[in-house]
Write a protein that binds this ligand. Structure first.
Ligand code: MET
Length: 236
């Protein structure tokens, strides 16, 4: 069985953002990432400093944990990270599909994998300038190619400032065929610091106002529902 490096498996909870917002979901969060986004909210799954907290599990063990958490009631499994595209989820997806589970994957689009085509939903989330990362659009295109025809692919962009917003418009122009989801970035990522709902609302209002002012009607503009409900608490 394929070995996977797992930072955490938790749920069921609801997906808090993007195309599947509100969807009952078990999260499988992998350890390791090729990016170092300045505002990353999941450094415990990114920075090798936390490597000792990551578990080596084979696909069967991950599947057993998903079954346990969901009490064998099929739902959506979200493969997140870290960058889950570093690893091989072919077996886990096959095990889950055979039992009626659905699979989504959240990735920045920097690494393309053949198993993208086995997913039900691929969420490609290219990172805007505020992240400090530079998008490799050839790799991104390769991700689209791998997913083509099989699963539904959407694009999700986190926006922190005016520069990110302008960048998102450019990315949207580049991929007009991809359903687009925008969300304001969350600057407070410390799990011990309470989030202020008014701050979240103000950020969302800013983004709604901008898109409406520009008559930019292609994207859906969404909050991070999980941040509203639970702040930056882990495992929810
Ligand atoms: N790296 C993935 C993405 O960019 C998973 C979430 S980011 C912590 O979508």
């Amino acid at each position: 069985m394929t070995q996977l490096r797992i930072a955490e498996i938790f749920g069921p909870t609801i997906q808090g953002e993007g195309a599947l917002i509100g969807e009952p979901t078990v999260f499988v969060r992998t350890g390791g990432c090729d990016y170092r986004c300045s505002w990353c909210d999941s450094m415990h799954a990114v920075d090798p400093v936390y490597r000792h907290t990551w578990a080596a599990m084979d696909s069967g063990a991950v599947w057993a944990e998903v079954l346990r958490l969901s009490k064998r009631n099929p739902l959506t499994v979200s493969l997140s990270g870290g960058n889950p595209a570093i690893q091989d989820f072919t077996q886990l997806i096959a095990l889950g599909h055979a039992a009626g589970y659905r699979f989504a994957c959240e990735t920045q689009g920097s690494i393309a994998k053949p198993w993208f085509g086995d997913l039900d939903t691929l969420v490609l989330s290219p990172k805007p300038p505020s992240s400090g990362e530079l998008v490799d659009w050839d790799a991104f295109d390769d991700c689209l190619l791998k997913a083509k025809g099989a699963c539904s692919t959407v694009m999700k962009i986190v926006i922190f400032d005016e520069t990110d917003y302008a960048w998102a418009r450019m990315a949207a122009d580049k991929y007009p065929e991809l359903p687009l989801f925008l969300q304001p970035g969350n600057v407070e990522v410390d799990p011990d610091v309470a989030v202020d709902p008014q701050v979240l609302a103000d950020k969302l209002l800013w983004l709604v106002d901008k898109t409406m002012h520009d008559r930019w009607f292609a994207p859906r503009v969404l909050p991070q529902l999980h941040v509203l409900l639970w702040g930056n608490k882990r495992g929810v």
